[in-house]
Design a protein around this ligand. Structure first.
Ligand code: NI
Length: 425
């Protein structure tokens, strides 16, 4: 049933004409060599958070070559591009992160990092390539876009502050972004699949710093001291009961004390004055995060007091959980299917993404792009020196971003929730 774009109706339940999807799929195929070349360059030239100078230069040049306008929001690194469609309409934002990690690459990539000690070990090179790919596809379909597209290349995601850095510079304004889509590669799901999930997908992250202060002295004369190590030991064990005894078994959370420091390994007979601890808390509800903070404070202060010591907690809410807006699920599913990919609904994980910060300001959706492939050695977790993404999925990522613009515009026209009140979840 071939027909001309515009005359052709979308199949029942779908909102984007089949002809548009077919054209996106054709461009995905046609642009494959460009995707591979971009990935190769980006993978070989990783840069650390907020130092993405060459990466920024590369992205700007590519966008300008495609006829995409580059907006100046006053960011030192990172790029914002704008593509105006053939007709006025909603503005859809597409976001990718661009920074790498201080890790020496040990993967089996045929073109490893050229920057010593720095590696795209979280696959942000995949995200940039897919977003540049989407820009290339969309610039060829410009007349068929009834709205505009904002391409957001975020610096410093690994530093946890990248999204706030872009938000503070008004990245969602002028024009105002009506809906935002983001994407992360995911070695835990197979290549050729893309996640279509509803609700929390990745955890919120809080950082904790704890100090228990007692009274140091001779380790052989304990009755003269107030031993902070014994108090800290009791606290660490008691803290494990927050998740196991205070939360509902169905309310997933992690509380890990990852650092303990007191005394000196040089002396075995001195009780120290204080113990320092640090750790991480992961949750999928703001209420759970607030509850854990309250409970931790009670435990550290009161357990320390019971041992004649003083306990102190510093609790930092780094960023909230990543949430797939249910109202955007049909748009996401249609985009994934339109690319010819298999949508799957994976289990959420307790890793995090600062895309969640944008989600508190705009209706948003976050995909996982499957890159798991045993035959190609693409099985290692994010941040591993062996991490390797399957490069055959670049076109699928580009297509998913690109089609999300068309399905997203229709979703906005049909009405999305105005305010993101995720704090109540
Ligand atoms: Ni990442």
């Amino acid at each position: 049933m071939a027909g001309r774009a515009g005359n052709e109706k979308a199949p029942a339940g779908n909102v984007v004409p089949e002809a548009v999807k077919r054209e996106v799929r054709e461009r995905m195929k046609e642009l494959e060599p460009a995707f591979q070349a971009a990935f190769r360059y980006l993978h070989q030239h990783p840069e650390l958070s907020f130092q993405e100078v060459e990466t920024t230069r590369y992205i700007k040049k590519k966008l300008l070559d495609m006829g995409v306008e580059v907006l100046d929001i006053g960011a030192d690194t990172g790029v914002v591009g704008l593509l105006r469609g053939g007709e006025d309409g909603p503005c859809i934002g597409l976001r990718a992160d661009i920074d790498a990690l201080p890790i020496q690459e040990a993967s089996t990539s045929p073109f490893p990092s050229k920057n010593d000690g720095i590696m795209h070990a979280c696959g942000h090179d995949v995200h940039m390539t897919c977003l540049l790919g989407a820009a290339a596809i969309l610039s060829r379909l410009r007349d068929q876009i009834h709205g505009s597209v904002k391409f957001i290349f975020e610096p410093g995601e690994e530093a946890v502050t990248g999204s706030r850095y872009m938000l503070d510079r008004g990245v969602l304004d002028n024009p105002r972004v009506d809906a935002l889509f983001g994407l992360h590669n995911q070695p835990l799901i197979p290549s050729g699949t893309v996640s279509v999930h509803s609700g929390p997908l990745m955890a919120g992250v809080d950082r904790i710093h704890l100090t228990i202060t007692g009274k140091g002295g001779h380790g052989g004369i304990p009755q003269k001291n107030r031993d902070p190590i014994v108090a800290a030991s009791s606290f660490i064990l008691a803290a494990q009961t927050i998740v196991s005894r205070n939360l509902s078994p169905l309310d997933a959370a992690v509380l890990s004390i990852c650092y303990v420091n007191a005394g000196s390994s040089q002396v075995s007979n001195v009780t120290p004055e204080s113990v320092e601890m640090a750790g991480t808390v992961r949750t999928f509800r703001s209420e759970t995060s607030a509850f854990i903070e309250k409970r931790l404070r009670t435990l550290v202060e009161e357990i320390a007091a019971a041992f004649g010591c003083e306990g102190e907690l510093e609790y930092i809410h780094d960023h909230p959980f990543t949430y797939d807006l249910p109202a955007l699920v049909p748009a996401a599913r249609e985009a994934v299917l339109g690319c010819g990919a298999q949508p799957i609904d994976p289990e959420p994980i307790t890793a995090s993404e600062d895309f969640s910060v944008f989600e508190r300001h705009v209706p948003a959706y976050f995909y996982w792009l499957g890159t798991g492939n045993e035959e190609k050695d693409c099985v290692y977790a994010w941040h591993s020196p062996h991490f390797k993404a399957d490069t055959d999925i670049l076109r699928l990522g580009a297509g998913t971003y690109a089609l999300s613009v068309f399905t997203g515009i229709e979703a906005v026209k049909r009405g999305l929730p105005d305010e993101q009140d995720l704090s109540k979840l």
